[in-house]
Design a protein around this ligand. Sequence first.
Ligand code: GDP
Length: 320
Amino acid sequence: MIALDEMAAGVRNRTPAWVARAITLVESTRADHQSQAQQLLKELLPDTGRSHRIGISGVPGAGKSTFIDALGSDLTAAGHRVAVLAVDPSSVRSRGSILGDKTRMARLAADPNAYVRPSPTAGTLGGVAKATREAIVVVEAAGYDVVIVETVGVGQSEITVADMVDSFLLLALARTGDQLQGIKKGILEIADVITVNKADGPHTAEAKRAARELAGALHLIRDDTNWTTPVLTCSALEGTGVAEVWSQLTAHRESLDLAERRRRQQVGWMRSMAEEAVLSRFRNSPAVRAAATDAEQQILDGTLTPAQATSLLLDAYDKT
Ligand code: GDP
């Protein structure tokens, strides 16, 4: 049995070991841990909500960890406390991970005013997203005023992360030929700030050109808000342009009705958690499993269509 009072006090007192244990608790999928986690979060909730939550995405190799190391170190030097969390869809699928490598962000990992959490290595994307949203609560209660949620620019995870942060930063790379190649339109739509990284040495001009092209492309697709997504260039390696990215992220946050955005995010989370819960009940229902075994065989035998089989599974579920 975990002493929740002690854990909550440990988090509030900013003890890294308690922060780590609390996040491990919210990541756990065990039913008893889940109910303890909910109690802990309720306890911590009054101390949360005051950080700048920032999502950062980019393809593997874009320079995310180098960038976060540089930005995070500048921020702690300026008196901020920085927490870095990761949502890594590759770890969900394979238990291996693109982001989980311990050697990433060496400076921040050794910085007493920073907390770097490797990504959860199991669960569905929905489950990992829930754990990450709850980890945000924990690190905010521990007084981290900048929370960075990092994700790999593949799959659905950017949308998931954009839904849990205030500002979403896309780290892009200049490419020869078609500069937009590899950047999905969906990501451009959710990016609040874009920076083309690796604008250094002989690549500077190319990066600037890519930034101009991206700005042009954005002009065509984003017209919904009062915020115009700036497209910058930076070198995470040399540290140039990183301060400008931060000032644009700050400006973006100031342009928001933050309370309204977060309330709407909570409605969205409720929906996705409800869907995830129903799916899990459906999959784990013995009646559904039994019906599925029969139905799959009948489909293989050619005696049942997939649509008919689906109806049978739903009937079995509705009767539970
Ligand atoms: P991630 O996979 O997105 O986290 O990318 P990393 O931060 O691990 O960077 C991938 C590689 O690009 C590493 O070898 C970095 O040293 C290099 N890199 C990152 N940022 C820059 C940069 O601004 N300029 C240059 N020239 N190389 C960079």
